[in-house]
Design a protein around this ligand. Sequence first.
Ligand SMILES: Cc1cc2nc3c(=O)[nH]c(=O)nc-3n(C[C@H](O)[C@H](O)[C@H](O)COP(=O)(O)OP(=O)(O)OC[C@H]3O[C@@H](n4cnc5c(N)ncnc54)[C@H](O)[C@@H]3O)c2cc1C
Length: 446
Amino acid sequence: MELIKERIEVIKHGNDSGSFIAYWTSNTLRANNNYSLKFASEIALEKNLPLKIFFYHNESHYNCIDRHTIVLLSGLIELVHELNYFGHELEFVNTIDGLEGLNLTDCHTIIIDKTYTKRSNDYTLELLKNYDTNIISIDNLYLPAKLISNKQEYSAATFRRKYYKTTSSLIDLTFDISRELSKVKRIKSVENTKEKILKALANLKDKFIETVNLNKNGAYTSKENLNVFLIENLSNYEENSSKPEFEFVSKLSKDLHYGFISPAYIIKELILRKLDFSSSFIEQLLIRRELSFNYTLNNKNYNNVNGLPDWSLKTLNDHSSDEREYVYNFSDFEDAKTHDEYWNAAQNEMLRSGYMHGYMRMYWGKKILEWSDSFKEAHSIALKLNNKYQLDGRSPNGYVGVSWCYGLHDRGWKEREVFGKIRYMNKNGLDRKFDMQRYVDRVGKL
Ligand SMILES: Cc1cc2nc3c(=O)[nH]c(=O)nc-3n(C[C@H](O)[C@H](O)[C@H](O)COP(=O)(O)OP(=O)(O)OC[C@H]3O[C@@H](n4cnc5c(N)ncnc54)[C@H](O)[C@@H]3O)c2cc1C
């Protein structure tokens, strides 16, 4: 228990009665390295009650296109297999079953995964409000954001200092769920979960994605993805990960977003393989990623321009009436119909694969700012596209990534038209640094 004490947040005290413990899995779709499941198992053992593990599926809540649901549901199938391996089942509660499908009336304690976006959090608590059960949320970040800082951090530098000062005793790199989970009594599901999920998957398809196997996702697949990265690309990461013409990156952002894999597991693999892991990969995985959670936790306007730092709002407002050389609307951007073939290639990479190379994301976001009527509209367009098409979108990283293009976690630069003091990027810079034709050709093959 000691290990996860700092990860616990008691949301509600119930009447402390009930005949089972429940774990509602939502953003941590794996069995191993899952602190929520570990905690739920420990309570079930302590109270000698069986454990129900379930996923609540409500498509209309996600309000997203099929690509996201395909990834989610296929990941759930791998979770079913993983839980079966430990002698447990996953209950799949589909929204068509209505709220009664939750069957939580006689639940003693319900464990939920902590979420860092208000929409998910409010939604979960709204669904649970009529149940008189204990509700506990568990944080599955590498280090819970509230422990590092209780305020919005100004930059990666200020966050990094605090991050490395925070104790690492909260992380158990040898963490294995099998001991607890195999001892816990299970609740047998009356339905065949896998069949139910496959049925929900049956008619889903994405009109753009052809070359990526959207159906191959989950805890097992993400470990394979990590393996490929460690063997083939890690040694090149430090020097070449920023080059969009290559793919010397992990592409683990989707797996991290859905919780198919945990950062702790990735770090453990780096250590076990005695790899000379590059500091820049750790910087991205721990500092940059968890800085995003610090932002969404501490800034209620994380999803709009009002969350931006004062200096950037001021400079953008000062330049709001500057003439724009090009102005595009949402559909022009969405259909990749700008005058710039590099920008269009980036947009197409996202449309056709659900992923865009990290360096191109910065260029992509900056150009939407440059070519929109106003910076407010630009921010909203970028966020909409990012959340709609990136498989790692709708996450703290997505909100922060877009806002970074508008000065968040950055500093002022030389003042110029439209951007004011916001950092600028241009096409010549891409040509100078990278083999952009190779990037355009790579995307052309998707
Ligand atoms: C406009 C814009 C939008 C973005 N939208 C998203 C998004 O929706 N979802 C998302 O996960 N990231 C987003 N990012 C951040 C970053 O570009 C991606 O995390 C990264 O490119 C994912 O690719 P990868 O997994 O191959 O990264 P790798 O380079 O292999 O890095 C490993 C992991 O570190 C984390 N990471 C890497 N770069 C960053 C970063 N700059 N900030 C925070 N975490 C990082 C990711 O979890 C990533 O999977 C965005 C950045 C920008 C500028």
